[in-house]
Design a protein around this ligand. Structure first.
Ligand code: FRU
Length: 469
């Protein structure tokens, strides 16, 4: 397809989009969601030309995966987003199966974009090119073509360039599957952004003593934060669920140190980044205030995607809220950026054993919950159970109707819940753990707009706000 054919089809898809707004009970009001089509990974996150830039994996033509484009929205406050012209459409011969994920950073007044040109062969098999493009201050994107083709020793799964500058070099990490079907992160460097030299496989299966069954690492991110080099990866492996081989969609965060000279990443600690049902392919960037901010895809490409009821309204999936990352006493914290507090309205607080709170876009803070058993209902298909030693999200599966659970093991002292119609992000103990999930059931009488209802065996002190934009 040429650029203009792709654009004409995108316009057609937008013109045929079902009306959203008050008819669509699932549309978040302050989380970013696509007007039509399927959204997945955040890409090219950056602060450029006085605005936050949120590029994203987008199939504007249908609510299915396929040859992805890069959509773009910008914002001055991380709350109100404005849709911008389509940034990258998969129209060149090196990217016909999709302009896959990648990153952005500013050099000499232009935003440099690096992404993967994905190419699947008709006879089977695939290859990947790492490509470069630039966005200028007028918002015009120019594709500069591939800078790297598939390196030897890897399958066609080499993608998702994250690029940054350190001392005299630009560095790029790529997620890959090697020919032994092991998931690795490859490091490259360059002085001019055109010629890239391979430094080595710095992290992954059988590297530096790491043992696992991962066959691929997607969307690597590597950055310095508070004296650590933080690595985020999405390891892909298979696990048995009810005797069925099931692909995992976890996100792992690792603290350690990147030895740039030896091209090796030394891990000091590693854990899951989110304990809910819907969090994948996150990316971070540093903003003009020096904050490290993360957005994640609040979704995953599992077999249950086609059952999401938003498809009826012409769209599927959304982003997480922007979260600030910090490290405190060797622990990574994720917290909603402070801008989000400007949405707080109708403050309500109290201390009680049980209550129901109105508002489907709302924030609830529960403090001093240590030792309590709490049941917290958000809708008839999602609730949280807090015990003195764990927090569990229970959700009804969209296809089977059976309840499923995700548990974080630990003592919860405080919970901050950010709800936006069909999603919730639960920040435990000031962001030491997070649980992110979508849900589509009816709130305890959606007509009553009841967003949270809790019952506890110990009186809980709470603060509640509705969130408005
Ligand atoms: C992760 C991912 C990336 C890829 C993109 C394609 O969700 O599979 O590895 O670049 O999505 O949309």
């Amino acid at each position: 397809m040429t650029d203009s054919q792709y654009l004409l089809q995108t316009i057609q898809s937008l013109l045929n989009a079902p009306k959203s707004g008050e008819h669509d009970p699932y549309r978040p009001i302050w989380h970013f969601s696509p007007r039509v089509g399927l959204l997945n990974d955040p890409n090219g996150l950056s602060f450029f030309n006085g605005e936050y830039h949120l590029f994203y994996q987008w199939n504007p033509l249908k609510c299915e995966h396929g040859a992805k484009a890069w959509g773009l929205a910008t914002s001055k406050d991380l709350i109100h987003w404005q849709h911008k012209p389509l940034a990258l459409a998969p129209t060149e011969d090196y990217e016909l199966s999709g302009c896959y994920s990648g990153s952005a950073f500013e050099v000499d007044g232009k935003l440099e974009l690096f992404y993967t040109g994905n190419l699947k062969y008709q006879e089977g098999g695939r290859t990947a090119y790492q490509c470069r493009a630039q966005l200028d201050e007028k918002g015009v994107v120019t594709k500069l073509g591939p800078v790297l083709s598939l390196p030897e020793g890897y399958s066609g799964h080499v993608r998702d360039p994250k690029v940054w500058k350190h001392c005299d070099y630009y560095y790029m990490v790529l997620g890959a599957e090697d020919l032994q079907k092991r998931g690795v992160v490859i490091l490259y460097r360059s002085t001019d952004l055109l010629q890239w030299e391979k430094c080595g496989d710095i992290y992954g299966t059988d590297i530096n003593g790491k043992q696992d069954d991962n066959f691929m690492l997607e969307c690597p991110d590597l950055f310095a934060l508070d004296g650590h080099d933080v690595m985020i990866t999405c390891p892909k492996t298979w696990i048995d669920v009810d005797d069925k081989a099931t692909e995992t969609f976890d996100v792992e965060v690792t603290l350690g140190e990147l030895d740039y000279d030896q091209a090796i990443y030394n891990t000091t600690s590693s854990r899951l980044m989110d304990h809910g049902f819907d969090f994948y392919a996150p990316q971070t960037f540093e903003d003009d205030k020096g904050r490290r901010i993360l957005f994640g895809w609040m979704g995953k490409p599992d077999e249950f995607e086609p059952y999401q009821p938003t498809i009826e309204y012409g769209w599927i999936h959304q982003m997480t809220c922007p979260r600030r990352l910090t490290i405190l006493n060797g622990e990574l914290l994720q917290q909603p950026v402070e801008e989000l507090t400007t949405m707080r309205r109708n403050p309500l607080s109290g201390m009680c054993l049980s209550t129901s709170l109105i508002g489907l876009s709302a924030e609830l803070l529960l403090q001093d919950i240590d030792g309590a058993n709490v049941s917290l209902e958000l809708s008839d298909d999602l609730s949280l159970l807090v015990t003195p030693s764990a927090v569990t999200t229970r959700r009804k599966n969209l296809k089977t109707g059976l309840w499923e659970e995700k548990t974080w093991q630990g003592k919860a002292s405080s919970l901050q819940l950010m709800r936006d119609h069909s999603c919730v992000e639960v920040f435990i103990n000031g962001g030491r753990a997070v649980m992110t999930s979508r849900f589509f059931g009816h709130a305890g009488g959606r007509e009553q707009q009841c967003g949270f209802r809790f019952e506890s065996d110990k009186a809980l002190s709470y603060q509640h706000w509705t969130l408005e934009v």
